[in-house]
Write a protein that binds this ligand. Structure first.
Ligand SMILES: Cc1ncc(C[n+]2csc(CCOP(=O)(O)OP(=O)(O)O)c2C)c(N)n1
Ligand SMILES: [Mg+2]
Length: 901
């Protein structure tokens, strides 16, 4: 007799994949032989035999049938389970308390503040999956032990708060103020937001799909830090609790093979397969668990299905006909949802009733007992075993597909119902139902008033819960902002070469940026913290010297002799490589940027990421990841290369970026700069390091760098504050007081300088040229001053930097950049009627810079005409001069408007 868990199932199932005309007898013989091997040698031996058979078939030219699904039962058979090590009774009581408090918190919030929101059903399905982790697996950071990093399903936050309340980390007041963040006693944020609760939440997850991709790259980043010797090797895990509906996001599944390629056995995904998303079933007509299994197996993950609770074990063991397994496998998720929602009698009739023999097998079981047949994700024994296997698995990441019920325990009103997701209020009797259902001991008065229930610090439950967490290293989630961790920013003069300019040689700001990066890489203390991240375009940005110099990170080292090994700058991959060549994935690069940019909090090491990419494929491509980066209080530099709609020549509409600065300006902690010259970059990066890592401000930077070559001038004296604040006078009119001012950003500053010359030589007009390094910083400062003045009308009033620096410089302003006009227009309220914006609104074209700049009217000639036109408007020059200048400079007044072309 086999010692295996589901022998009857294995032996009884007919061969459903047989081809027409297959010899049933022959197949039966083979199956029997296999059964014997399983009996004799166990699953390991059988698995070897199957592999050998597949190899033989392949040698004989037989196309081997690929099957990326296992039967619809638990991956771990009962006889391979270990005993549950905890006190099940106490753990159940603790879980019930958490369920109760989470519900009371959300219901209370909605009772007193209609539509304030909150979710009940997601956590209800996730509770046991989390609790087994909290009691037995999730390690905190303590002493030498590196804690686990946990990505919680965002909308399960009520349960996490309820647990922290039992732990004594959050007070009743906190929970009463759930979703009341702006009151006298600020409460709890809706979802995991480190920005809002910096000592608590570590990872923003609620935007579907960001948790999974960030978790994968986080696990990879741990290996990177370990391989580079920056943190000690540990067995800390990254856990990601995810929704089954969430798996439809491309970010959820798009990076699965990264995890196998990198051998991330420090990563565990737990997918809460409650078969539902917000509106209805995830795959009403199919089986999401089987779909995910195939997907993850195909990507090389270790897949553990945890589908059925222990009370199915016996039924499965008795399934001599194989009909139960067949029935389990053939039902679609829409049916499973109904089986749970509609009760035991329905289950009997529609599930077991499909086959008379199957129906017979449950004859002696009451409807109530049928209804209580549980799912794997609600059974601590099954979950414990799945987690144990997952954490012991080596060489590959693990996904646990846990079958659960949305709204579990909430009763008929929510369990498995399509509207479960939006259940926020409880009917009067519902909380009482839950108390009864989970056999809790909560005073009726508390239930009636939606009061929380804490059994007191001396209760068995709280003592047990605290002891478990103590043994595992402390409470989670917990974010350590490492406020004590800081380093002194290097002095500006380490960038001496850059500050001196290129002395007549033409070079781009991209190469200026590279020079800055190189100078940083020469800093003894700081160099090791730098993490350059590139999604494949390193050569485009002239960064290939770094390949050899600091090496490309490769977890396996370099297993081949690179084709260019005879060259000095060969493609050097190494296990301790510093540069991350992410491949063509901006989302993946952004996830690495996030892991690196928050390493100061998660690992206590102040990593300094530089994410260098094609600016067009930045914010508009991965904007939500950038938003989450800011929420996570990420630090670092995003560097948008090949910037500028007219500066990136030839590439056309999909490549030429004229709006990433608009998008960058929407992120509150992003300081965005559009520098014209290399010395500006040096000043911005030096100050960025000071602010982020010395002064410990939570912000990050966006810089655009361009590929146009021109002479990089030396830094004029005393311009540093202006560079940082966003504007300084770069080249004053030479002979007389200027009557018009030209602002320029990026390479368009050179066009302004050329316009200054044309204005003087051809029209005897004196103009000042200003470098506008950041319209968004100028506007933020002006808005802050205006707000202050509005709220403090009695004064003294504050003057925006913009007006301070323009003091005494009257006359119209023409502001031109390679970005949209709206950047400039943001300053209009403080310069009424004074400023004309020239920018690159509209779709790009494949052309050279000369034509592109004329098309978008940001070339010197267009700037000149705009300057004369604005002077004519205030009668400083005769009106005819405008038409004359247009004719003279070849600016066609009837040409199409680029904004709409
Ligand atoms: C990118 C994004 N789109 C939409 C939403 C809104 N939303 C919140 S929860 C949810 C359903 C989640 O379903 P699932 O992942 O299955 O989680 P469950 O609650 O069932 O555990 C949706 C669509 C979101 N949070 N993020
Ligand atoms: Mg779901």
């Amino acid at each position: 007799m086999s010692s295996h868990a589901y022998p009857a199932v294995l032996k009884g199932v007919k061969n459903e994949v047989a081809y027409p005309g297959a010899d049933d007898g022959q197949i039966a013989e083979w199956l029997e032989a296999l059964d014997q091997v399983i009996d004799a040698d166990g699953p390991q031996g059988a698995s070897q035999l199957l592999l050998a058979l597949l190899n033989r078939a392949a040698q004989a030219g037989v196309g081997t049938p690929l099957q990326h699904n296992t039967p619809y039962i638990n991956t771990i058979p009962p006889d391979q389970e270990v005993a549950f090590p905890g006190d099940r009774v106490l753990e159940q009581r603790i879980e019930s308390l958490i369920r109760y408090n989470a519900l009371a918190m959300v219901a209370r919030a909605n009772k007193y503040d209609e539509n304030i929101g909150g979710h009940m059903s997601s956590f209800a399905s996730l509770a046991t999956l989390l609790e087994v982790g909290f009691h037995h697996f999730f390690r905190g950071s303590i002493g030498d032990q590196a804690g686990d990093l946990i990505y919680f399903q965002g909308h399960s936050s009520p349960g996490i708060y309820a647990r922290a309340y039992l732990e004594g980390r959050l007070t009743q007041q906190h929970l009463f103020n759930f979703r009341h963040e702006l009151r006298e006693h600020p409460g709890l944020s809706s979802y995991p937001h480190p920005w809002l609760m910096p000592e608590f939440w570590q990872f923003p997850t609620v935007s579907m799909g960001l948790g999974p991709i960030n978790a994968i790259y986080q696990a990879r980043f741990i290996k990177y830090l370990e391989n580079r010797g920056i943190v000690p090797v540990s067995n800390r895990k990254v856990w990601a609790f995810l929704g089954d509906g969430e798996q439809d996001e491309p970010e959820s599944r798009g990076a699965l093979t990264v995890a196998t390629r990198e051998g991330l056995d420090n990563l565990v995904f737990v997918i809460n397969c409650n078969l539902q998303r917000l509106d209805g079933p995830v795959r009403g007509n199919g089986r999401i668990i089987q779909e995910l299994e195939a997907n993850f197996l195909g990507a090389g993950w270790n897949v553990i299905k945890c589908l059925w609770g222990s009370n199915w074990d016996d039924l499965l063991a008795r399934d001599t006909s194989g009909l139960l397994l067949r029935r389990m496998s053939e039902c679609v998720d829409g049916e499973y949802q109904a089986f749970k929602a509609l009760g035991g009698a329905y289950l009997r009739e529609h599930f077991f009733g499909k086959y008379p023999e199957l129906l017979k097998s449950v004859e002696g079981i009451s409807d109530d007992d049928l209804a209580s047949l549980s799912r794997g994700g609600h059974d601590p024994v099954k979950i414990y075993n799945a987690y144990k296997r997952a954490t012991e698995h080596q060489g590959a990441p693990t996904v646990i597909l846990a079958k659960t019920i949305k709204g579990y325990g909430l009763g008929d009103a929510a369990e498995g119902r399509n509207f479960a997701h939006n259940t926020k209020k409880l009917k009067d009797e519902q909380l009482a139902y839950i108390v009864k259902r989970f056999e809790m001991d909560v005073p009726e008065k508390k239930i009636d008033h939606l009061e929380l229930h804490h059994p007191g610090p001396e209760s068995d439950e709280i003592k047990y819960l605290k002891q478990r967490r103590e043994e595992l290293g402390g409470y989670l989630p917990s974010r350590n902002s490492h406020k004590e961790l800081a380093f002194a920013a290097p002095a500006l003069d380490i960038f001496k070469d850059v500050l001196e300019g290129t002395k007549g040689r033409a070079a781009s700001t991209t190469s200026g940026f590279n020079a800055v990066l190189n100078a940083l890489l020469k800093q003894k203390e700081l160099a090791k913290y730098i993490v350059p991240i590139i999604p494949d375009e390193g050569r485009t940005f002239g960064m290939e010297a770094l390949f050899r110099q600091i090496g490309i990170y490769a977890s396996h080292g370099q297993l081949y002799t690179p084709v260019d090994s005879n060259q000095f700058l060969y493609y050097r991959e190494s296990q301790d490589g510093q540069l991350i060549e992410e491949g063509i994935t901006e989302a993946g690069s952004m996830a690495t940027f996030t892991a690196a940019g928050t390493a100061y909090a998660n690992f206590g090491v102040p990593m300094i990421p530089f994410f260098v990419y094609y600016s067009m494929f930045g914010f508009q491509r991965v904007g939500d990841l950038a938003w989450a980066f800011a929420d996570a209080r990420g630090k670092g530099f995003m560097v948008g290369g090949t910037a500028g709609r007219t500066t990136l020549l030839g590439e056309g509409l999909q490549h030429e970026d004229g709006h990433s600065h608009v998008l960058a300006s929407t992120i509150p902690t992003c300081a965005a700069y559009d520098p014209a010259y290399a010395y500006e970059i040096a000043v911005i990066i030096q100050d960025g390091l000071r602010r982020m890592y010395e002064a410990k401000e939570d912000l990050f930077y966006y810089l655009t760098v361009y590929n146009e070559n021109y002479v990089q001038p030396p830094m004029p004296n005393g311009v540093e504050p202006g560079i940082l604040k966003g504007l300084y006078r770069f080249k004053p009119a030479e002979t007389a007081e200027a009557i018009v001012h030209l602002f320029g950003s990026g390479p368009i500053l050179n066009e302004a300088v050329r316009a200054q010359h044309i204005l003087k030589v051809k029209y005897s007009i004196d103009a000042d040229v200003w470098s506008a390094t950041s319209y968004s910083e100028l506007r933020r400062d002006a808005l802050a001053c205006e707000r202050w003045n509005r709220l403090h009308p009695a004064g003294p009033s504050r003057t925006p930097y913009l007006l301070q620096v323009l003091e005494g410089h009257d006359g119209p302003i023409v502001a031109a950049s390679d970005y949209m006009k709206i950047m400039v227009d943001g300053l209009a309220p403080w310069l009424p009627g004074r400023i004309t914006a020239l920018g690159t609104d509209g779709f790009g074209r494949s052309e050279n810079r000369e034509y592109l700049r004329r098309h978008f009217e940001v070339d010197a000639e267009s700037i000149t005409v705009a300057a004369i036109s604005s002077l004519a408007k205030i009668q400083k020059v005769p009106l005819e001069m405008v038409a004359d200048a247009m004719a003279d400079l070849g600016v066609d007044p009837n040409k199409p408007d680029a904004a709409r072309a």
